[in-house]
Ligand binder design. Structure first.
Ligand code: 13P
Length: 245
């Protein structure tokens, strides 16, 4: 099971202290039952890597520029730079960036360049509430997957995070049957269209220690991408403990 902490635009140097308890937790991970990954803002990547480097916890970035080589792009950071500070993962296609104008074509470029630079991808997909109400979820997911993965090599380096947009930061999670169907749909699509037999599909959107008991029942979920609750180490640890320990 994957537990990925997406800290979004939160955190400062003091936040490093909150990792101590999570490091303790990582030491009782006997049979590698769980994998912990922290995605702090760019400003903390190097510090997080140094703090976590002798543990099993890995580090990832939350986005990157699409160019695989350095260039004159003021304010941008590419996958080569992310890899250089020891991060192994990058989140791509998060709805908070899609809503800022990130297109499927741009997402596809980011995925390709990040894989070339040796990063693993946490590829986010998900529909809006109005798309869901119009029963467009499968169509949207198909579109995002097909365009995002177009001509991508080494698909085994991609993890998938299904994050319905209406669930992010709202406290609302999909009901169990619907979520199960959506995850099955994604896995089938990846198996049938991309020959990905064992794709890892995580769920993200308002995951917290209270609703984790419901989410835990869906045993085809391969892990969780946690936003708000991951900034509180106690809550993050609780989520892990209530599912795998
Ligand atoms: P919340 O857990 O705060 O709803 O955020 C989910 C998310 O966007 C993770 O990428």
């Amino acid at each position: 099971m994957y537990y990925i902490a997406n800290w979004k635009m939160f955190g400062d140097k003091k936040s490093l202290n909150s990792l101590n308890k999570v490091i303790k937790l990582s030491k009782i991970n006997k049979n590698n039952k769980f994998k912990l990954i922290y995605c702090p803002p760019y400003t903390l990547l190097d510090l997080f890597y140094k703090k976590l480097k002798n543990t099993s916890i890995e580090v990832g970035a939350q986005n990157c520029h699409e160019n695989e080589i350095y260039g004159a792009y003021t304010g941008s950071i590419n996958s080569k730079m992310i890899k250089n500070v020891g991060a192994k993962y990058v989140i791509i296609g998060h709805s908070e960036n899609r809503s800022d104008g990130e297109s499927d074509i741009l997402i596809n470029k980011k995925i390709k360049s990040s894989i070339k630079n040796g990063l693993k991808i946490i590829f986010c997909i998900g529909e809006t509430l109005s798309q869901r109400k119009k029963k467009l979820t499968n169509k949207i997911l198909t579109n995002q997957i097909t365009k995002g993965l177009s001509n991508v090599k080494k698909l085994s380096n991609v993890l998938f995070a299904y994050e319905p947009i209406w669930s992010i930061g709202t406290g609302v999670i999909p009901n169990k049957d619907d979520l199960e169907k959506d995850i099955i749909f994604i896995k089938n699509k990846l198996r049938n269209n991309f020959k990905l037999k064992n794709a890892k599909v995580l769920y993200g959107g308002s995951v917290n220690p209270k609703n984790i008991a419901i989410l835990k029942k869906i045993n085809i979920i391969d892990g969780f991408l946690v936003g708000g609750a991951s900034q509180d180490s106690k809550k993050f640890i609780d989520i892990v403990k209530k599912t795998v320990i």
